[in-house]
Every structure is written in structure tokens, then in C-alpha cells.
Ligand binder design. Structure first.
Ligand code: ZN
Length: 484
């Protein structure tokens, strides 16, 4: 008996030792010794240029017929006159009239080009919410240190910020070593097919391969991430896939005075309920593991033990992450019933009932795999499962240790020395997915500090950017282009 107790005690000591050794051996992923970027004076005209772009309501609608293309024409004229050097010295092309591609030839043709991208279409302001805006969404007003308006965070600040940075560098006669492409879409908010998809296909046809792509996506989150109470620059290294399925049951219809044991509505309701009760399994290997790697060295000692010893604490970490909606969505493929349709009259049994369920796929899952699992969970052959649209698989997970990632990382630390850099899984979709045939290094990041409340302005009300933050964006893009 005593021997057994001794063995158990020895094993425990060993376990604690292993945990501690792992924890102490952990090295920080943060780049140190980054010298600050050479200071540049951003003129006041820069924020005025962005304000001017906000005043042109380039709103895109899912129904393309609703799109007011005269605004897009205005926008093109606006950037041509606002950024004359870019338009004189860079090769520029349009795709489907409004998709924009600029090529800034590098001095060293042996190096692969980089592509910096954004989109200048914006989402509409939802009817009835106009009055909730502190300043009108398309007036481009600057007040109290902020520029207000639709597109200040999504995503005209990237487009105008990149053009401003290029114009600045051209004024100093700078030439990049690598070729720099600037690519701006006109329809990211609806599909990206006219813009980014077409531009990417054209480059592919010209056999262009890219060193890396930088698109919108992550931000500098100022109110911390997963228990780390510091500003964290989140660089999206992957984005989730997308699939909508329609579940349909066909009943017999008839009078509601003589219903069958199970109606079509009952069948579809049961199927949806089963899907909700059987969520996709939680996994840490869909990209979130890379975030945890980076966070581990920055969190408190107790958390560090858990994050470095995921072989032991994995289940606990998953359980904790499942508690909040956003972290839950980064550890599994999510299931969201979004539309339910059946019946028209209170005393008539409907013939068919339909539910639409939207899935966001974690890297590692596939469209086919999700469909198969849905059928397994529903376990009812009389329910038809059909795919709405095409659906797309998750993107590849780009390497958070690649030279390109390190360049972006280094540039962030040269402008924002206090910020922790970390890779993460993007829950939404961006236009960058169309470039996956041109490079495996796709990063999604805008250098703008925001807290949770401020991000609500994106696609919401009171979208606004701090003037000071916009100036730092330009410093970041200038440093990044120089850094190549
Ligand atoms: Zn956007």
C-alpha cells in the first residue's frame, strides 16, 4: 500500500516537473530589438482626403441593379485627382470597370511581388438607423478628434491610406525593391466576384506568384484577448469556410383537423433541434493553436502553465473557450439556423417545410464532410438536404513564422512598440480568399486600434476613426512598403 502511495506521489512530482519545465522553456514569440520606424510628418490633408472619400456613398447591394454606379465613377475621378503621382507613375488597370489594380515596379525583378489590398464599397446604412448616428454617415465630418462615416473602418481607410502612403513615397522618389501591387475591390460586401475574384484571376493568368497578400481583417484590439489585458495586434492567418444548407420535408398537407403523427414542420423542427444539440466537436488545431502559442508567453503564470501544456489542459481550454460566442466560433464549425419557412394558413397543413442552416467551417473541415455529418445527425432520409449557392472550404492556414509574417510583425512593433502581435482565426470572410492560388501567405490585418465597443460601428452605427489612428495607419503602410 505504502509503495503504491509512493509511486503515485513520485508520478505527481514528475508531472509537476514536466509542467514547470515546459512552462519555463517557453520563449516569447514577440520580436524584440525592433527599432522605431523613421518618423514621418503626416499632413492634415491626409484625413481630409479620407473624409472626401467618405462623402462619396459607394454603397454596394446584393442586387446589383440597385447599385448607383455614378458614385463609383465619382470615386474613381476623386482618387485620380487626389493622388496624381500614383496615377502618373504606377501602371493601373480596371476590371469590370471599377475593380482597381496598380502595379508599382520594383527595382529587383528577381523578388516576388507583394499585394496590398482593400475594398472601397461600403454596406448600406440600415433604414431607420440614420437618426442613431451622432454625425451623418456620408457627410465626412471631423469632430472631437474623430472622422465619422460609413467606410471609416470598413474599408476606405485601407484604400485611401494605401494610396496616401504610395503618394507620399512617390513624392520622395522612393522605388520599392519588390514590385508592389495595390488591389482595390468594388464589391467585397456582396461577393467580391466583379472585383477581387476577377483581378486575382487575371494575375493568375499572367503567371504572377506573390510573396504575400495583406488584406483587411484583424485589428489592434485594445481591450485584450482571452485573459491578456494588453493591446493585441491580431493578424488573420486563416478564415473560416461558408456553407448554407436547406433542409426540406415534404408532407401530405390537408386539413388541420386530422393531422398525421408527424408533420413536415415537426420533422424539420426536429432536424434543426438535433443539429443544435449536436454541435461540431471543438478543436484547437484549426488555427487557434497558433494564437495560443503566441499568447502563452504573455499571460499570467497560471494561465501560462495551461497554455503551454495543452496535451493535458486541452479539454479545459476548449471548455473555457466554448463559453463565449466569439471564442467558441474559433474552435469549431458553427451551426446557425437562419431561415424557417412553412405554412400559410392556421387551419391548413403545409405540404413542405424548409429550414436554412448556415455553417462556418473551421480549417480542417470540408463542405462535403459537413454535409455528411449533418445527414448523420438528422438521421432522417425523408429530409432533403440541398446546398444553397456553392459554399466554400476554409482557407489554408498561413504560416505565422514565415518571413512575410515576420515583416508585418516587425512593422507593427516599429510603429506600435507596446502592442503584442498574435496570429488568429478570422470568423468572417474577406476578398483575400480569391488570391489563394497566387500565394499561401495571406494575412489579414488593419493597423487600427479599437476596443470591442468601437468595432460595433463596422456594419453598424457611428462608424468612426480617430484622426491620430489614421495617421498611424499611413505610417504603418509607409514603413511596410519600405520594409520590403
Ligand atoms: Zn470590409
Amino acid at each position: 500500500m505504502r509503495l503504491i502511495l509512493r509511486i503515485i506521489a513520485a508520478l505527481l512530482v514528475l508531472l509537476i516537473l514536466v509542467l514547470l519545465v515546459n512552462t519555463f522553456r517557453l520563449k516569447s514569440h514577440q520580436l524584440t530589438d525592433v527599432s522605431p520606424a523613421s518618423p514621418i510628418e503626416v499632413p492634415d490633408s491626409a484625413i481630409q482626403h479620407l473624409a472626401g472619400a467618405i462623402r462619396i456613398p459607394t454603397v454596394s447591394y446584393t442586387d446589383y441593379a440597385l447599385t448607383d454606379t455614378t458614385q463609383f465613377d465619382k470615386f474613381l475621378t476623386y482618387i485620380r485627382t487626389t493622388f496624381p503621382l500614383v496615377h502618373q507613375r504606377l501602371k493601373h488597370e480596371t476590371f469590370n470597370q471599377y475593380g482597381l489594380l496598380y502595379e508599382w515596379k520594383g527595382s529587383n525583378p528577381a523578388l516576388k511581388p507583394i499585394l496590398l489590398m482593400g475594398h472601397y464599397d461600403v454596406v448600406p446604412v440600415i433604414q431607420g438607423t440614420q437618426r442613431m448616428w451622432k454625425r451623418p454617415p456620408f457627410d465626412g465630418l471631423i469632430e472631437g478628434g474623430y472622422l465619422y462615416g460609413r467606410g471609416t473602418l470598413d474599408d476606405k481607410m485601407s484604400v485611401i491610406g494605401l494610396l496616401e502612403s504610395a503618394e507620399y513615397l512617390l513624392r520622395t522618389n522612393f522605388q520599392p525593391e519588390r514590385t508592389v501591387f495595390l488591389a482595390f475591390g468594388q464589391d467585397e460586401e456582396t461577393s467580391g466576384q466583379r472585383g477581387a475574384q476577377t483581378i486575382a484571376a487575371a494575375l493568375k493568368q499572367r503567371n504572377v506568384t506573390l510573396e504575400y497578400v495583406l488584406d483587411e481583417g484583424g485589428i489592434i484590439k485594445t481591450d485584450g484577448v482571452s485573459g491578456l489585458k494588453k493591446s493585441v495586434a491580431l493578424i488573420g492567418i486563416t478564415e473560416k469556410g461558408y456553407l448554407s444548407l436547406e433542409l426540406t420535408a415534404i408532407g401530405k398537407g390537408g386539413h388541420s383537423s386530422m393531422p398525421p403523427v408527424q408533420t413536415s414542420i415537426g420533422m424539420v423542427a426536429e432536424a434543426v433541434s438535433k443539429l443544435e444539440r449536436n454541435p461540431f466537436p471543438a478543436r484547437l488545431d484549426g488555427g487557434v493553436d497558433r494564437l495560443l502559442d503566441y499568447l502563452a508567453s504573455e499571460v499570467s503564470f497560471g494561465q501560462r502553465i495551461a497554455l503551454t501544456n495543452r496535451w493535458l489542459f486541452g479539454p479545459l481550454i476548449k471548455q473555457q473557450m466554448a463559453q463565449t460566442k466569439s471564442t467558441n466560433a474559433s474552435i469549431r464549425t458553427t451551426t446557425a439556423p437562419t431561415i424557417f419557412r412553412a405554412g400559410a394558413k392556421d387551419n391548413v397543413l403545409p405540404i413542405d417545410a424548409t429550414a436554412t442552416v448556415n455553417f462556418r467551417l473551421l480549417p480542417g473541415d470540408t463542405v462535403e464532410g459537413v454535409i455528411e455529418r449533418v445527414k448523420d445527425v438528422i438521421e432522417n432520409d425523408s429530409i432533403q438536404v440541398t446546398v444553397l449557392g456553392k459554399g466554400n472550404n476554409p482557407s489554408v492556414v498561413s504560416d505565422p513564422e514565415s518571413p512575410s509574417f515576420l515583416k508585418i510583425h516587425q512593422t507593427i512593433r516599429s510603429i506600435f512598440p507596446e502592442v503584442i502581435v498574435a496570429p488568429y482565426v478570422m470568423l468572417g470572410a474577406t476578398d483575400s480568399k480569391y488570391y489563394s492560388a497566387l500565394t499561401s501567405a495571406i494575412y489579414r490585418f488593419s493597423p487600427v486600434p479599437l476596443n470591442d465597443a468601437e468595432t460595433q460601428g463596422i456594419h453598424g452605427t457611428n462608424e468612426r476613426i480617430r484622426v491620430k489612428d489614421y495617421q498611424n495607419m499611413i505610417r504603418f503602410y509607409v514603413a511596410l512598403i519600405k520594409n520590403n
